[in-house]
Design a protein around this ligand. Structure first.
Ligand code: SAM
Ligand code: SF4
Length: 360
């Protein structure tokens, strides 16, 4: 499979009018809510606050990956403006992500600001490497409700090979203990499962979930790595994952968390609080129930992970546009949300940005 080279906005600023979403029909503005042309209501904001990372996971970021120029990134006030206007438009959940969000210098201020907004759920996804007891306690006090961490192998040598860093599996087990001590519960841990990389550990991940009483989420690899190495043959499907785990464990189906939940959940008989979640984004897409809006660290609104179009909110934020104007921009942008990701289509092409620059 060959891909076009990624194209960013090298000048640092789109010209006015460029990258503005087309006007949505008047219908789209009839209520103070965000919804798309397919009737999906947007309740969930993924707010990326950095495209920087201290890892280079093989399924996510190429070793030669180039970061966005600093002058293109938003300020903490601008991230909070996005979150506030989204909250006014009925968005109820926000997840802070990146890149590695714990590298973001103003994370504490951001979380304090998010904690003052009327979200039901404030969550963050992190590789866990920079979690300390002090930071976890301060994030919790600021209003962070939940932490999801990433751990793609239980074997030290593999963690180092996958992240391309000299880290080991205990980084995350320590981080789980620290997060739990600070009061985060439940704790979710994500693993991207790749054939011949970590797919022989599937039943071990289930053991890990039981032992540490966490929600272990096993994710199908998506074509979002910046190195463009995604290969369908290396995607371990949900069916394959379940077969491998059931060879060792009885699983109790628990369904999805809610109508918009991405993971198919399973418990274990015998009372462990641990759970498994399978995120089958490739083989069992959940696009029809998607309630997400994504914004990148440089202020682009992405209606879908796989959008080829992204809408540049940064000029509005930089000239302190009023809430009505930002609202109209978001309404118009979300009206362009595509029906589905189309990974299975013959014409599928991945977006120009990889996962770390979009925000996972
Ligand atoms: N750096 C943080 C971390 O790794 O948890 C947050 C950002 S990361 C982009 C968010 C999540 O996306 C991680 O759980 C990671 O495993 C997942 N991810 C990254 N690239 C992926 C891909 N190509 N397919 C599926 N999941 C991916
Ligand atoms: Fe960094 Fe997270 Fe991507 Fe790994 S998955 S390279 S930790 S952003």
């Amino acid at each position: 499979m060959t891909y076009a080279l990624p194209i960013f906005d090298p000048a640092g600023e789109s010209t006015p009018g460029e990258s503005m979403p087309p006007r949505a029909p008047d219908d789209a503005t009839r209520s103070n809510a965000l919804f798309d042309a397919y009737g999906r209501v947007i309740r969930d904001l993924r707010l990326s606050v950095t495209d920087r990372c201290n890892y280079r996971c093989i399924y996510c970021m190429d070793p030669d990956h180039r970061y966005l120029p600093k002058q293109q990134l938003l300020s903490v006030d601008q991230y909070l403006t996005i979150a506030r206007v989204c909250a006014d438009l009925g968005v109820r959940k926000v997840r802070v992500t990146g890149g590695e969000p714990t590298l973001y210098p103003h994370l504490q201020t951001l979380l304090e600001g998010l904690g003052r907004l009327p979200f039901d759920d404030v969550a963050m996804t992190t590789n866990g490497s920079l979690l300390t007891a002090d930071r976890a306690a301060r994030w919790r006090a600021a209003g962070l409700h939940r932490i999801t961490m990433s751990l793609d192998s239980l074997r030290a040598d593999r963690v180092a090979a996958i992240t391309r860093q000299s880290v080991d599996a205990t980084t995350v087990t320590r981080a789980i203990a620290v997060a739990r001590e600070a009061g985060f519960d439940p704790i979710k841990v994500n693993a991207v499962v790749m054939r011949s990389i970590n797919d022989d550990e599937l039943a071990d991940f289930a053991d890990f979930a039981r032992e540490y009483e966490i929600d272990m989420r096993l994710i199908e690899w998506m074509p979002l790595d910046s190195g463009r190495t995604w290969d369908r043959e290396r995607v371990v499907t949900a069916d394959e994952m379940l077969a491998a785990i059931r060879a060792r464990h009885d699983l109790v189906p628990l369904g999805r968390d809610d109508a918009h939940g991405t993971s198919l959940n399973f418990g274990f008989p015998g009372g462990s609080r641990g759970r498994l979640g399978i995120i089958a984004s490739v083989t069992r897409p959940f696009c029809g129930a998607c309630s997400r809006l994504r914004t990148t660290a440089d202020g682009k609104v992405r209606p879908c992970l796989f959008s080829h179009e992204e809408w540049n909110l940064r000029p509005l934020l930089r000239r302190h546009a009023d809430d009505d104007e930002i609202t109209r921009f978001l309404v118009d942008a979300m009206w362009t949300k595509q029906a589905g990701h189309g990974i299975g289509d013959a014409t599928f092409a991945p977006p120009a940005r990889g996962m770390s620059a979009i925000g996972g």
